[in-house]
Ligand binder design. Structure first.
Ligand code: ADP
Ligand code: ADP
Length: 230
Protein backbone atom coordinates (compact mmCIF):
# COMPACT_ATOMS: atom_id res chain seq x y z
CA UNK A 1 0.00 0.00 0.00
CA UNK A 2 2.86 2.37 0.90
CA UNK A 3 6.43 2.47 -0.39
CA UNK A 4 8.97 5.08 0.63
CA UNK A 5 12.45 5.14 -0.80
CA UNK A 6 15.18 7.42 0.60
CA UNK A 7 12.57 9.98 1.64
CA UNK A 8 13.79 13.24 3.13
CA UNK A 9 11.89 16.34 4.14
CA UNK A 10 13.67 19.59 4.89
CA UNK A 11 11.77 22.65 6.08
CA UNK A 12 13.44 25.96 5.35
CA UNK A 13 12.70 29.04 7.35
CA UNK A 14 14.95 31.92 6.32
CA UNK A 15 18.49 30.69 6.86
CA UNK A 16 17.35 27.92 9.21
CA UNK A 17 16.94 24.37 8.01
CA UNK A 18 15.03 21.63 9.80
CA UNK A 19 15.64 18.10 8.54
CA UNK A 20 12.29 16.59 9.63
CA UNK A 21 12.83 13.28 7.80
CA UNK A 22 16.26 11.98 6.94
CA UNK A 23 16.36 9.13 4.44
CA UNK A 24 13.41 6.83 5.19
CA UNK A 25 12.88 3.47 3.52
CA UNK A 26 9.56 1.85 4.34
CA UNK A 27 7.14 -0.68 2.92
CA UNK A 28 3.66 -1.06 4.38
CA UNK A 29 1.46 -3.94 3.22
CA UNK A 30 -2.24 -3.80 2.40
CA UNK A 31 -4.42 -4.17 5.48
CA UNK A 32 -3.33 -4.05 9.09
CA UNK A 33 -2.55 -1.33 11.59
CA UNK A 34 0.82 0.39 11.73
CA UNK A 35 1.61 2.68 14.66
CA UNK A 36 4.16 5.48 14.37
CA UNK A 37 5.66 6.41 17.73
CA UNK A 38 8.54 8.64 18.78
CA UNK A 39 9.34 11.84 20.66
CA UNK A 40 7.77 15.17 19.83
CA UNK A 41 9.47 16.71 16.79
CA UNK A 42 10.76 13.36 15.50
CA UNK A 43 8.89 13.71 12.20
CA UNK A 44 5.72 11.66 12.81
CA UNK A 45 3.26 14.25 11.47
CA UNK A 46 5.54 15.05 8.56
CA UNK A 47 5.63 11.35 7.60
CA UNK A 48 1.83 11.14 7.80
CA UNK A 49 1.49 14.29 5.67
CA UNK A 50 3.76 12.88 2.95
CA UNK A 51 1.85 9.57 2.85
CA UNK A 52 -1.45 11.46 2.64
CA UNK A 53 -0.22 13.77 -0.14
CA UNK A 54 -0.70 16.82 2.04
CA UNK A 55 2.94 17.72 1.40
CA UNK A 56 5.74 16.67 -0.94
CA UNK A 57 9.15 15.23 0.03
CA UNK A 58 12.34 17.22 -0.52
CA UNK A 59 13.97 14.05 -1.86
CA UNK A 60 13.05 10.41 -2.44
CA UNK A 61 10.04 8.51 -3.71
CA UNK A 62 6.60 8.23 -2.12
CA UNK A 63 4.34 5.62 -3.74
CA UNK A 64 0.88 5.06 -2.24
CA UNK A 65 -1.72 2.68 -3.69
CA UNK A 66 0.38 2.47 -6.83
CA UNK A 67 0.51 6.25 -7.38
CA UNK A 68 3.88 7.99 -7.48
CA UNK A 69 2.96 11.04 -5.42
CA UNK A 70 6.11 13.12 -6.09
CA UNK A 71 5.22 13.67 -9.71
CA UNK A 72 1.41 13.80 -9.60
CA UNK A 73 0.04 17.22 -10.61
CA UNK A 74 -1.87 19.13 -7.90
CA UNK A 75 -5.33 18.32 -9.28
CA UNK A 76 -4.46 14.62 -9.35
CA UNK A 77 -3.20 14.82 -5.76
CA UNK A 78 -6.54 16.23 -4.63
CA UNK A 79 -8.34 13.41 -6.45
CA UNK A 80 -5.94 10.88 -4.93
CA UNK A 81 -6.68 12.19 -1.41
CA UNK A 82 -10.44 12.09 -1.89
CA UNK A 83 -10.49 8.56 -3.29
CA UNK A 84 -7.67 6.82 -1.49
CA UNK A 85 -7.20 8.38 1.94
CA UNK A 86 -9.41 8.97 4.96
CA UNK A 87 -8.03 11.30 7.65
CA UNK A 88 -8.70 11.22 11.39
CA UNK A 89 -7.34 14.03 13.59
CA UNK A 90 -6.62 14.57 17.26
CA UNK A 91 -9.16 17.39 17.54
CA UNK A 92 -11.81 15.60 15.42
CA UNK A 93 -12.10 18.55 12.95
CA UNK A 94 -15.84 18.15 12.45
CA UNK A 95 -17.76 21.08 10.96
CA UNK A 96 -19.58 22.60 13.96
CA UNK A 97 -22.75 23.78 12.27
CA UNK A 98 -23.39 20.49 10.46
CA UNK A 99 -25.07 17.45 12.02
CA UNK A 100 -23.24 14.13 12.41
CA UNK A 101 -25.03 12.84 9.31
CA UNK A 102 -24.13 15.96 7.26
CA UNK A 103 -20.50 15.76 8.37
CA UNK A 104 -20.25 12.18 7.11
CA UNK A 105 -22.09 13.00 3.87
CA UNK A 106 -19.73 15.86 2.96
CA UNK A 107 -16.74 13.90 1.56
CA UNK A 108 -19.14 11.98 -0.68
CA UNK A 109 -20.54 15.26 -2.01
CA UNK A 110 -16.98 16.28 -2.97
CA UNK A 111 -16.76 13.00 -4.88
CA UNK A 112 -20.01 13.64 -6.75
CA UNK A 113 -22.12 10.98 -5.02
CA UNK A 114 -25.89 11.59 -5.28
CA UNK A 115 -27.88 12.84 -2.27
CA UNK A 116 -29.89 9.66 -1.64
CA UNK A 117 -26.80 7.47 -1.77
CA UNK A 118 -24.86 9.88 0.48
CA UNK A 119 -27.55 9.71 3.13
CA UNK A 120 -27.83 5.93 2.91
CA UNK A 121 -24.07 5.35 3.24
CA UNK A 122 -23.63 7.94 6.03
CA UNK A 123 -26.52 6.46 8.02
CA UNK A 124 -25.06 2.97 7.69
CA UNK A 125 -21.56 4.12 8.72
CA UNK A 126 -22.83 6.01 11.77
CA UNK A 127 -24.91 3.00 12.80
CA UNK A 128 -21.78 0.86 12.52
CA UNK A 129 -20.06 3.33 14.88
CA UNK A 130 -22.89 2.89 17.38
CA UNK A 131 -24.29 6.35 16.65
CA UNK A 132 -27.67 5.49 15.10
CA UNK A 133 -29.35 7.67 17.75
CA UNK A 134 -27.06 10.65 17.10
CA UNK A 135 -27.60 11.37 13.39
CA UNK A 136 -29.02 14.87 13.83
CA UNK A 137 -26.76 15.94 16.70
CA UNK A 138 -24.20 18.66 16.11
CA UNK A 139 -20.60 18.10 17.26
CA UNK A 140 -20.96 20.25 20.41
CA UNK A 141 -23.87 18.05 21.52
CA UNK A 142 -21.64 14.94 21.36
CA UNK A 143 -18.97 13.60 23.73
CA UNK A 144 -15.34 13.47 22.58
CA UNK A 145 -15.54 9.75 21.89
CA UNK A 146 -18.74 10.23 19.90
CA UNK A 147 -17.18 13.05 17.89
CA UNK A 148 -14.19 10.90 17.04
CA UNK A 149 -16.52 8.09 15.94
CA UNK A 150 -18.30 10.55 13.64
CA UNK A 151 -14.87 11.55 12.30
CA UNK A 152 -14.00 7.88 11.68
CA UNK A 153 -17.32 7.39 9.84
CA UNK A 154 -16.45 10.47 7.76
CA UNK A 155 -12.98 9.05 7.01
CA UNK A 156 -14.65 5.87 5.71
CA UNK A 157 -17.28 7.70 3.64
CA UNK A 158 -15.59 7.27 0.26
CA UNK A 159 -14.47 3.72 1.09
CA UNK A 160 -10.73 4.50 0.96
CA UNK A 161 -8.16 1.67 1.22
CA UNK A 162 -6.01 3.81 3.54
CA UNK A 163 -6.84 5.55 6.84
CA UNK A 164 -4.34 8.00 8.36
CA UNK A 165 -4.86 9.01 11.98
CA UNK A 166 -2.80 11.66 13.79
CA UNK A 167 -3.04 11.19 17.58
CA UNK A 168 -6.70 10.09 17.32
CA UNK A 169 -6.92 9.39 21.06
CA UNK A 170 -4.92 12.43 22.20
CA UNK A 171 -7.98 14.36 23.38
CA UNK A 172 -9.78 11.40 24.94
CA UNK A 173 -9.62 9.69 28.32
CA UNK A 174 -7.84 6.33 28.26
CA UNK A 175 -10.97 4.18 28.29
CA UNK A 176 -12.56 6.10 25.41
CA UNK A 177 -9.22 6.08 23.61
CA UNK A 178 -9.06 2.33 23.86
CA UNK A 179 -12.52 2.04 22.32
CA UNK A 180 -11.45 4.26 19.41
CA UNK A 181 -8.33 2.15 18.97
CA UNK A 182 -10.43 -1.03 18.89
CA UNK A 183 -12.56 0.51 16.15
CA UNK A 184 -9.43 1.32 14.15
CA UNK A 185 -8.21 -2.26 14.68
CA UNK A 186 -11.46 -3.58 13.27
CA UNK A 187 -11.21 -1.21 10.29
CA UNK A 188 -7.62 -2.43 9.73
CA UNK A 189 -8.90 -5.93 8.95
CA UNK A 190 -9.94 -4.71 5.52
CA UNK A 191 -7.84 -1.55 5.06
CA UNK A 192 -4.44 -0.11 5.89
CA UNK A 193 -4.49 2.08 9.00
CA UNK A 194 -1.47 4.23 9.88
CA UNK A 195 -1.75 5.87 13.26
CA UNK A 196 0.53 8.35 15.04
CA UNK A 197 0.25 7.85 18.77
CA UNK A 198 1.94 8.74 22.03
CA UNK A 199 0.05 5.99 23.85
CA UNK A 200 2.39 3.00 24.25
CA UNK A 201 -0.42 0.70 25.35
CA UNK A 202 -2.34 1.51 22.18
CA UNK A 203 0.73 1.11 19.98
CA UNK A 204 1.04 -2.42 21.33
CA UNK A 205 -2.40 -3.18 19.87
CA UNK A 206 -1.02 -2.50 16.36
CA UNK A 207 0.35 -5.14 14.00
CA UNK A 208 3.52 -3.14 13.58
CA UNK A 209 5.23 -0.30 15.42
CA UNK A 210 7.54 2.16 13.66
CA UNK A 211 9.81 4.11 15.97
CA UNK A 212 10.91 7.52 14.66
CA UNK A 213 13.76 9.45 16.19
CA UNK A 214 15.37 12.57 14.72
CA UNK A 215 13.71 11.89 11.37
CA UNK A 216 15.00 8.32 11.11
CA UNK A 217 13.34 4.94 11.58
CA UNK A 218 14.77 2.65 14.25
CA UNK A 219 15.10 -1.04 13.34
CA UNK A 220 11.89 -2.88 14.11
CA UNK A 221 12.13 -5.40 16.94
CA UNK A 222 9.94 -8.47 17.03
CA UNK A 223 7.07 -6.76 15.30
CA UNK A 224 6.88 -9.41 12.59
CA UNK A 225 5.19 -11.70 15.10
CA UNK A 226 3.08 -9.10 16.85
CA UNK A 227 -0.58 -10.07 17.15
CA UNK A 228 -0.07 -13.17 15.05
CA UNK A 229 -0.46 -15.53 17.98
CA UNK A 230 3.06 -16.89 17.49
P1 ADP B 1 6.18 15.16 15.34
O1 ADP B 1 4.89 14.93 14.63
O2 ADP B 1 6.94 13.89 15.60
O3 ADP B 1 6.04 15.99 16.56
P2 ADP B 1 6.78 16.92 13.14
O4 ADP B 1 6.73 16.11 11.88
O5 ADP B 1 5.59 17.76 13.45
O6 ADP B 1 7.15 15.96 14.35
O7 ADP B 1 8.05 17.87 13.09
C1 ADP B 1 9.36 17.41 12.80
C2 ADP B 1 10.29 18.60 12.79
O8 ADP B 1 9.99 19.44 11.69
C3 ADP B 1 10.17 19.47 14.03
O9 ADP B 1 11.45 19.99 14.30
C4 ADP B 1 9.21 20.56 13.59
O10 ADP B 1 9.40 21.75 14.32
C5 ADP B 1 9.58 20.73 12.14
N1 ADP B 1 8.45 21.18 11.30
C6 ADP B 1 7.28 20.51 11.10
N2 ADP B 1 6.49 21.18 10.25
C7 ADP B 1 7.17 22.31 9.90
C8 ADP B 1 6.88 23.40 9.07
N3 ADP B 1 5.74 23.49 8.38
N4 ADP B 1 7.82 24.37 8.96
C9 ADP B 1 8.99 24.30 9.63
N5 ADP B 1 9.32 23.28 10.44
C10 ADP B 1 8.43 22.30 10.59
P1 ADP C 1 1.32 17.66 15.86
O1 ADP C 1 0.77 17.64 17.25
O2 ADP C 1 0.40 16.98 14.86
O3 ADP C 1 2.74 17.23 15.72
P2 ADP C 1 2.24 20.34 15.64
O4 ADP C 1 1.71 21.22 16.71
O5 ADP C 1 3.62 19.81 15.69
O6 ADP C 1 1.19 19.18 15.41
O7 ADP C 1 2.10 21.10 14.25
C1 ADP C 1 0.88 21.63 13.83
C2 ADP C 1 1.09 22.19 12.42
O8 ADP C 1 2.15 23.16 12.45
C3 ADP C 1 1.51 21.13 11.43
O9 ADP C 1 0.85 21.38 10.20
C4 ADP C 1 3.00 21.29 11.28
O10 ADP C 1 3.43 20.97 9.96
C5 ADP C 1 3.21 22.77 11.56
N1 ADP C 1 4.48 23.02 12.26
C6 ADP C 1 5.05 22.26 13.22
N2 ADP C 1 6.22 22.77 13.63
C7 ADP C 1 6.39 23.91 12.91
C8 ADP C 1 7.40 24.91 12.87
N3 ADP C 1 8.51 24.85 13.61
N4 ADP C 1 7.25 25.95 12.03
C9 ADP C 1 6.14 26.01 11.27
N5 ADP C 1 5.16 25.12 11.25
C10 ADP C 1 5.28 24.07 12.06
Amino acid sequence: MIELESVAKVYRKGRQEVRALDGLDLTVAERGMVAIVGPSGSGKSTLLHLIGAMDRPTAGEVVVAGRRLNTLPQAELTRFRRQTVGFVFQSFNLIPNLTALENVMLPMEFNGVGAAKRKEVATRLLARMGLAARLTHRPQELSGGEQQRVAIARALANDPPLILADEPTGNLDSKTGEMIYELLQEIARERTVVVVTHAETLARMSNRVLYLKDGRLAPEVGSAFRNTGI
